[in-house]
Structures are given as C-alpha cells and as structure tokens.
Design a protein around this ligand. Structure first.
Ligand code: SF4
Ligand code: SF4
Ligand code: SF4
Length: 329
C-alpha cells in the first residue's frame, strides 16, 4: 500500500477537550487509521519536534490545530505546522477566537505573574522568583517558552485554510473533513467555516420567541425556565442571537443558554459587541417617559449588573479575535 497521507492534531494553549472530540469518533477512528498515518499528536503520540522539522514542506495532509497562541512555543509550532501542512485547520474555539485562554487578555502579563507566583495563598516563594525564559543550572541552561502579553488566535499568526467551530467541535464535523479528504470530495472555498451555517443559533432554536423585554437576569441555577419559551426572554443570558448556527441549538434544546462557542455569525466582527447591541434593545427600562438620558443609562446598568462578569460572558470564546481584543493597558 502506498504511504498513507499524514494527519496531525496539535494543541497550543488549550484544555485537551478538542483531542477528546477526536477520540469521540468512536469506531470511525479505525477508518481514520486505515486511511491516514496519524503522525503527530502530543496528547497521544511521542513524535518529536525534530521529526516534524525533518518532513518536506507540505508533507502533512491535514493538521487540526487547536488552542490559542499564548507562548513563543505555541507560535513556533503554528509557523512550523503551517509550513509542513497542506491543510491547516483552526480547530475549535480557542484556535479561531482565543476562547477561554484569551480571557486572560482582560488582565496583564504582570498581573498573571503576581497572582500565580507571588500572591497565591498556597504559594511558598519567599524569594519572589518568577519564571525565566533561561535559567542556569549545573547541568546547563534550562529554557522556558516566552509568555506573551496578549493571547492571539491562530489566524493572527499564520494563514489558515478552514475553521471548524465549537468548544469542542463535534465529532461529526471532524469526520466530514476527514471523509472529504479520503473520498477526494472538493472542499468549500478556502477560509470557509466547516460545519457552521451563515445565520445564528436563534434561527435553529425551536423555542417560542416573542417580544423580548428583560427586566432582570438570572443565573441558570436560580430559576426553572419554561422549556417552550426563549431563554433570553426569561432572563437567562443566552448568546444564540450573536452566535453562528450549525450546532442545531444543542444547549437551548436542553434548557441551557447558548454560551457562544460557534463564535460570531457570518459577517460579524465582534460577538460581544453584537450581543451587547442586541441587549440594548431588549432590556425592559419601564418606558423612557420623563426619564433623563442619565436615568435610562443607570437603569440599563442596574439590569446588566445582574450578569456576572459581563466581558467574560459576552466574549467567552472570541475576545482575542474581536475588535476589542484585550483590556487597554
Ligand atoms: S475549544 Fe474548548 S475544548 Fe477545545 S481546547 Fe479550547 S476550551 Fe478546550
Ligand atoms: S436567545 Fe437562545 S433560547 Fe432564545 S431563541 Fe435564541 S437560542 Fe433560543
Ligand atoms: S448552543 Fe451555543 S454554546 Fe451550545 S453548542 Fe451551540 S453554539 Fe455552542
């Protein structure tokens, strides 16, 4: 049998959930093995950096790259895998939008160092030692990757061919890409989002929608929502209105609000801003008659204060890729 095309799955700054989604292919993983040389996956295989470097450029057929770019090592691997891969796919929300790792853009590098190495109540660091990129020990010099000030998305570092959205993506999306390559089916134009639609989660959500007038927000444990009615209308912060469709409205279908993992809808540059704009017209301010602009703003602020961590909620999956990108310094 001729050499099988090479498949790689890499994690940069990530949680490992995207790798679990690959394993969730269940028996189809055997089909993957039959058709691909599963060459590189630090979570499962002991392939070394030098093994990747030794490959010809373009020698890897598909790389599923999950995770955001937090460190110099993440960036180096992104550049290397771009060079070695025919198809580089931003796989999962962290890679496409920064997601959870990029929420650290709401703080600073110095702030992280202080919290994690100097102020934690369980720390024992009387010398106040912080991680260094180079440390001399009797055996030689130890190196650590540089920790960037700002978390980036994969497409902010290298060109990507496709996006597979989700946190993590669903196994059926991974399979459809793998199957298309196996069968030689033409893929959509470069830059497309595979497995995502061009509308919003609200469009595929079966809940009854009426006029939204939200007087107060609730945490999911505080109320038992009416399963037939739109969750946002009941005061649960559901980001379906500002999130790309394609998942089949999985979360609202089981009465959990959409947290936005498919990222912004087609043509929307900033998912958080889109959601905030939608909320602006959905809050119940009790009528404007007789109220000054300042009083209206105070009332809106009071309702929005019911959302814990507003920035983290609206930008949970998209901060690094948004217009906002990070907190100003
Ligand atoms: S997209 Fe979600 S599952 Fe995948 S690495 Fe990021 S946080 Fe984990
Ligand atoms: S806001 Fe949420 S619950 Fe309401 S229609 Fe949209 S996806 Fe469904
Ligand atoms: S409903 Fe929202 S959070 Fe849930 S899977 Fe779909 S896009 Fe992701």
């Amino acid at each position: 049998m001729p050499d099988k095309p090479k498949l790689s799955v890499y994690w940069a700054s990530s949680c490992g959930g995207c790798e679990i989604a690959v394993v969730n292919l269940h028996e189809k993983i055997l089909e993957v093995d039959r058709n691909f040389d599963f060459f590189f996956c630090p979570c499962l295989l002991d392939t070394k950096y030098r093994d990747i470097e030794a490959l010809d450029d373009g020698a890897i057929a598909i790389t599923l790259f999950n995770g955001a770019i937090r460190t110099s090592e993440n960036e180096e691997m992104a550049l290397l895998l771009r060079r070695k891969s025919q198809l580089l796919i931003a796989y999962g929300s962290c890679s496409a939008g920064g997601a959870i790792p990029a929420l650290s853009n709401l703080s600073t590098r110095a702030g992280h160092m202080r919290t994690n190495y100097l102020e934690g109540p369980s720390l024992d660091n009387p010398g106040g030692i912080l991680p260094q990129t180079a440390t001399l020990v009797p055996e030689g010099e130890l190196e650590l990757p540089a920790f960037f000030e700002t978390v980036k998305t994969l497409p902010q570092v290298v060109e990507v061919d496709y996006y597979i959205p989700g946190c993590p993506p669903e196994s059926k999306q991974i399979w459809s890409v793998v199957e298309a390559v196996i069968q030689g089916t033409p893929l959509p134009p470069r830059g497309s989002v595979l497995g995502g639609g061009c509308s919003t989660v609200c469009q595929e959500c079966a809940k009854v929608k009426s006029d939204k007038k939200i007087a107060a927000f609730h945490r999911t444990y505080e109320i038992v929502p009416d399963p037939r009615q739109c969750l946002l209308e009941q005061g649960l912060i559901c980001l379906g209105i500002a999130t790309r469709d394609g998942c089949g409205a999985l979360c609202p279908a089981v009465n959990m609000p959409c947290t936005g993992c498919y990222g912004p809808p087609e043509g929307v540059a900033d998912q958080g801003a889109k959601m905030l704009a939608a909320l602006g017209s959905d809050l119940d301010l009790g009528g404007y008659k007789g109220l000054t602009e300042e009083q209206v703003a105070r009332q809106a602020d009071a309702i929005l204060a019911g959302i814990p961590d507003l920035a983290g909620t609206l930008y949970r999956y998209s901060l690094a890729g948004s217009i906002l990108r990070r907190r100003s310094q």
